[in-house]
Every structure is written in C-alpha cells, then in structure tokens.
Design a binder for this molecule. Structure first.
Ligand code: MN
Ligand code: MN
Length: 463
C-alpha cells in the first residue's frame, strides 16, 4: 500500500457537509424555514408545548388513553402541566424490546420577573428580574425584550401574556452606562459588568395623570396600563410566571445565508428536529418517545424537568397498555439526549481543544460526556452505546462529528443525559453545534440542523 492509501485506511476526519452533499445546502435551507417559524412562535416552554401540540394533532397524534389498545403506527402524546410534552409512535417490535427515546429541552435562558416585580425610582417604573439559567448578564442589557407568560387572577381566571412580538407593539429594555461615565464599571470583572440586581427592566416613564396627590405615580401609571391590557393588579404577579425574552426574530446570517441567528436555539433546535423526526416516522421497528422537557437550564429540577418521574411514569403507562414489565422496557431502551454543544469559535480558540471540538457545517455532534472537573456530573456514554448510535448514523449517511464541551477544565456543563441514565436506559448526547450559546442571539448552521434531523429520523427508523 502507498502512504496515501494507508492514510485513507487508517486515519479519520469528519466530512464537510457541503462538500459531501452539495445538494443539501438547498434542502437544509428549506427545512430551516419551518424551524425559524417554530422559534418565532415558541419563545417559552409553554408556547413551545402549544406549538408542538398543534403540529402533533395535525399529524394525527391523539392524547394517550391507557384504556385503549394500540397498533404499530398509532401516534399518541401526553402533556405534563403545560410545560413539557411526550409523543410516541408505536413500533412493530414488542415494547419489551425497548423504546427509541429522544429527549430535548424547550426552556432557554431568560429573565424571569420576581414575584414582587414592580417598582419606581426617580421617575422611571421598572420590573425587577431574576435571571433563569446561565447567562452572561452584560449581553442582555440594551436589547429589546418582549414579555411572555401567564397570570392567574384572584377568581382563578388564567390570563396569557405575549407583548412585544407583533409589529408595532411596545417592547422593554434594560439600560447600561454610556462609555463617557463607565470608568468605574470598566474596572469590574466581565462577569460583574452587569450585576444581578442591576437587571431592572424599564416599563414606563409617565406619571398617572393626577400625579399631584399620589406617590409613585409612574408605577401607578404602569399598573393602570397593565390592568387595561390584562386585567391584572400588583398582587396577581404572585400567581404568575412571566418571562422576558429577546424580541429578535430568527434570521439568516451571512452573505451565503448559511447560519441562523435567533434566541432560544439551545435547545429548541433539537426539540424541533426531534419533533419533525417523530412526526415523519410512519411505522418504526421500535416504539418511539420524543420528550420535550422543561427546566434543563436549571438542572432539570421540578416536576416538569427530567429529574422528576414523569417520563418514567409515561413508560410505565405504555408498559401497562402493552401488558409488559416496564423494567424490561427501560433496560432495553436507547436514548438520545438531544442537546446543543459549543461550536469551535476561531475568535476564542483558547477555550477549545481543536481535535475534540465540534465545528459548524460538519453535522450533528455526538458528545460522549459533558460535566466538569474530571467528567463530574456527566453521563459518559458507554462504548456500546456509542457503537450503536454511530452505526445508525453511518448506515443512513448522516454527517456527524464528536465534540467535547470545551477544553479540559475550561468550564463545563450538563444535560438531561444523567437523568435518563438513572432510569436504567442507555443514553448519549447528540445535537447541534452552536456559536454564542446562551446569548440572546445564538447561531446555528442550517446544514447542521438538517443533518441533526436526519440523524434523529435514522435513529427512529433503524432496526
Ligand atoms: Mn441545552
Ligand atoms: Mn443550555
């Protein structure tokens, strides 16, 4: 053998998608127009559940009914408290041979209103916020924010809020100092450039009209307007979940339109691709389960996050319907914990190890382990699990790559994988490389999004 032939045989490099499949540039662009719509319509976990259920119902899915019998190809779903959702297509193999699961999350970093949020200071009315998930606070000031959420009134009426998304609607904003006066602030560490208690969102600046007689007339004016818009009072914020999110719509980035810029791509990019794969699979061999979960960004806590038993209980229901032991089902199942990874950023190369980073336009990223300080808090998928998933993707001609979450000891993070593993299920992380992850405007590659969809579809269709 020549050196060149030996090199071909013995070494390995991940492919550039556009070189291997030039025709996929256009296919990816088409696929991503639906993805951009999904991002624009679902900016909170609740809105994502509503959008998902619309798509599921349109595709013939119906709520799971444990008193019914199901055949291969039947499609069902179940909503958990309006904030997470699971969809299933029944397979041709017996359920005890395992489920093909795909878990993504639909919560994203944002600013939540504090329970008592409204205040006035020196003629400006504000909302006090508490950030949710890992954000770099300085990135969130001086950008337009819209208000989404729900409020329960005294009488139990539920009011849904979505303000700032439609053309012409008012939006909200946090301020930052001008460079002329930032000498003291410039001396702060970047992580403290904007501090937690400086995340105050402007909601108004005009006083209530007969302001002579009342204190805090600007706050009152804001409350009057909130009451006009939504019928709510200050006390109602105690029965609310209101999130402030970037107003930006999803757009194409670059002269070649190869990238998508949008808020909330972590992890709605995997939610959308998993959902489309779930919908598009017709009569799979293994029964599928597509889980779109809440609360991943704060550790999968709460009863809508993966560190709760709602997924286990769903598997138990499926097992009861099929009259099999749920422990056999779980032990034989294979799961993709579908989450984004940090794409190699040439501008900030030092935090990456270039041989083990994922890159835009090289496909979905298979992440064996996450965690920090020696893989701590990670699932660390087994060689057997890696082998199964790699075989499925290779046989389907999917472009994929591996990636670590940054160089050793550069930082770290976690996903839902360890909670799935705790149910005695084989699991590995797979998702889309993202630039500027957790910023108000994250970037993904259309080709990567499309090949992630292809990976998920192959995973559901494989024998
Ligand atoms: Mn994520
Ligand atoms: Mn995240």
């Amino acid at each position: 053998m020549t050196g060149k032939e030996l090199q071909e045989k013995l070494t390995w490099k991940f492919a550039d998608i556009s070189k291997r499949y030039p025709e996929d540039v256009e296919k990816a662009d088409r696929f991503c127009s639906g993805y951009k719509d999904f991002l624009n319509r679902g900016k909170t976990e609740r809105e994502c559940v509503s959008e998902t259920v619309k798509l599921l119902e349109a595709a013939g899915y119906r709520p799971l009914d444990i008193h019914r019998e199901y055949q291969a190809g039947d499609k069902v779903y179940e909503i958990n408290r309006g904030k997470s959702v699971i969809a299933t297509t029944f397979g041709t193999r017996p359920l005890e041979e395992g489920i093909r699961m795909n878990g993504a999350h639909i919560d994203s970093p944002r600013l939540d209103l504090k329970p008592n949020p409204v205040f006035e200071k020196n003629g400006i009315a504000y909302f006090k916020t508490h950030y949710y998930g890992g954000i770099r606070k300085y990135q969130w000031v001086t950008i337009p924010l819209s208000m989404h959420g729900i409020v329960y009134l005294e009488d139990g009426t539920k009011v849904e809020i979505c303000l700032g998304e439609k053309e012409g609607e008012p939006v909200f904003c946090m301020t930052d100092l001008l460079p002329h006066l930032s000498a003291e602030q410039n001396g702060r560490k970047l992580s403290e450039g904007i501090k937690g208690e400086e995340l105050n969102v402007i909601i108004g600046s005009l006083p209530y009209e007969d302001s002579e007689e009342i204190k805090e007339a600007v706050k009152l004016k804001a409350l009057v307007l909130l009451h006009e818009y939504y019928g709510i009072t200050e006390k109602d914020f105690l029965r609310a979940e209101i999130e402030l999110v970037p107003t930006y719509k999803a757009v194409d980035i670059g002269l070649d339109r190869s990238l998508i810029g949008a808020y909330g791509q972590d992890d709605r990019v995997c939610a959308y691709t998993a959902l489309q794969a779930e919908i598009d699979v017709k009569a799979p061999v293994y029964t599928t389960m597509t889980v779109l979960a809440d609360k991943e960004e704060i550790g999968s806590t709460g009863n809508t996050g993966l560190d709760s038993d709602f997924v286990l209980h769903y598997v138990e229901k499926l097992a009861a319907v099929m009259k099999v032991d749920s422990r056999d089902v779980l032990r034989n199942s294979l799961c993709l914990s579908s989450d984004v990874n940090a794409a190699y950023d040439p501008t900030f190369a030092s935090v990456y190890e270039d041989r083990n980073s994922c890159y835009v336009n090289k496909g979905c990223v298979l992440t064996k382990y996450t965690g920090s300080r020696g893989k701590s808090g990670s699932n660390d998928a087994s060689a057997e699990t890696m082998a199964k998933v790699i075989r499925i993707m290779d046989e389907a001609g999917v472009c994929w790559q591996t990636g670590e979450l940054g160089a050793v000891d550069a930082g770290g993070g976690g996903t839902i994988a360890k909670f799935v593993a705790a149910m005695d299920v084989d699991v590995v992380d797979l998702g889309v490389p993202i630039l500027s992850m957790h910023s108000p405007f994250e970037l993904s590659s259309k080709l990567d999004v499309y090949h992630t969809y292809r990976a998920f579809k192959a995973f559901y269709e494989a024998e």
